[in-house]
Design a protein around this ligand. Structure first.
Ligand SMILES: Nc1ncnc2c1ncn2[C@@H]1O[C@H](COP(=O)(O)OP(=O)(O)O)[C@@H](O)[C@H]1O
Ligand SMILES: [Mg+2]
Length: 377
């Protein structure tokens, strides 16, 4: 492994378990382009493992994987950096993140006729090999899925998505890594099918955090600047002093939650039940369209994540607990066939967002203008 990466890019912690996946195990599919960002291009491929030597080993197992090639060629500093961060964050457990399998080399999907083994060092491209997120990014997934859901089901879906994202951020934070580049193109969705389960339990859909290429070790003040394109996800202190922290990831998490709520509001076709509207409104301010109605516990999650002062935002672990707690309310209420446990309120989340910047709130239009910027990344 050290020979492959070169001594200057080799990190001794890699010796324990970073895997080099031989390129003859990887086959890139034709027309397999999955997406690209500023730094990389991602392709769908299959990985076939040879038969194991033990009787218990899986025989010739094939799995779908995603290959990420950085636009800079060769074993650049950037690749080594992304590898280091990805490995540090996901080498052990990768709960809530797109799983990372190891690195490999390809000659590039554009040059499939060249023998991989015979490729020269220069033509050889290093790739990060990860789990393939088969349902794409969270924005596309929600656009597809939300119109099919009832009011109540839409909230359960939102909580599942938020739980995945919070768990992903927590995995990074636990390993001392700040993501710094959380936005909707870096949140992907996977569906795992369990063919032997009875109906209803047959698949699991999860949102997962991806793309740790702009991350930063907490302990490292770092000279690398993160991508500034998704700047609507940047906490106010980043604009003022360019300081990233665990709390700035929490702010980005809350912004992602606001954008997910926008999608629910736009695409869930079922109107909130009358009792929900009644509870969320007051005599002086009745709620008629239900557009900004949400569970009280979720409104607390969002307002706490959007605090101007990073010290006032909760640590990410607390968001996981709060989401689980609310999810529990929804499940227990499902048994009773009503919406009994949930307390409903209204929140104009983009006003809460603007307050963090001490800007005059201009509502969702503002967010849309800003999101156009990050949608391009
Ligand atoms: N594991 C994956 N499975 C499916 N699609 C992926 C995967 N990783 C990345 N993509 C797609 O490729 C795009 C770019 O990948 P990303 O790692 O974010 O690169 P960049 O560092 O250039 O932003 C993503 O927005 C997503 O659409
Ligand atoms: Mg990206």
């Amino acid at each position: 492994m050290q020979d492959l990466l070169g001594a200057e890019h080799y990190n001794t912690t890699f010796a324990h378990s970073l895997r080099y996946i031989p390129s003859d195990q990887i086959t890139v599919y034709p027309n397999s382009f999955l997406g690209e960002g500023r730094n990389g291009k991602v392709y769908r491929a299959k990985r076939t493992r040879p038969d194991g030597v033990l009787a218990t080993s899986l025989r010739g197992q094939t799995v779908e994987v995603a290959l990420k090639e950085l636009k800079a060629t060769g074993m650049s500093m950037k690749f080594a950096r992304e590898l280091d961060l990805t490995y540090t964050s996901l080498g052990g457990s990768s709960v809530g993140c797109v799983a990372f399998f190891g690195i490999s080399t390809i000659t590039g999907p554009d040059a499939p006729s060249r023998s991989l083994r015979a490729s020269t060092d220069q033509a050889r491209k290093f790739v990060l090999v990860s789990e393939c997120a088969n349902l794409g990014n969270i924005r596309d997934f929600l656009c597809n899925e939300l119109p099919k859901r009832t009011f109540q089901e839409s909230w359960i879906l939102i909580l599942d998505m938020l739980s995945g994202i919070a768990n992903g951020i927590h995995t990074l934070h636990k390993h001392g890594v700040i993501h710094r580049d959380l936005h909707l193109n870096n949140i992907l969705v996977t569906e795992t099918v369990f063919p032997d389960q009875p109906q209803g339990l047959s698949s699991e859909i999860s949102a997962k955090v991806a793309d740790i290429g702009e991350g930063q070790h907490v302990a490292d003040p770092g000279t690398f600047n993160a991508s500034v394109e998704a700047r609507d996800f940047h906490a106010p202190e980043i604009l003022s002093s360019r300081t990233w922290s665990l709390a700035s990831d929490v702010f980005a998490f809350a912004v992602a939650a606001c954008k997910i709520l926008d999608k629910r509001q736009e695409l869930c076709l079922e109107r909130p039940p009358e009792n929900v509207l009644k509870q969320a409104g007051s005599e002086s301010k009745p709620v008629d369209d239900g557009s900004s109605v949400l569970p009280l516990k979720l409104s607390r999650i969002i307002t706490s994540g959007l605090k101007k002062d990073p010290g006032e935002r909760w640590a990410i672990r607390k968001y996981i607990d709060a989401i689980e707690d609310l999810d529990g309310d929804f499940s227990s209420e499902k048994d009773q066939g009503g919406m009994l446990r949930i307390e409903w309120v209204t929140l104009d989340w983009w006003t809460a967002y603007a307050e963090a910047y001490e800007r005059t709130p201009v509502g969702q239009d503002d967010a849309q203008t800003w999101s156009a910027v990050s949608d391009a990344t």
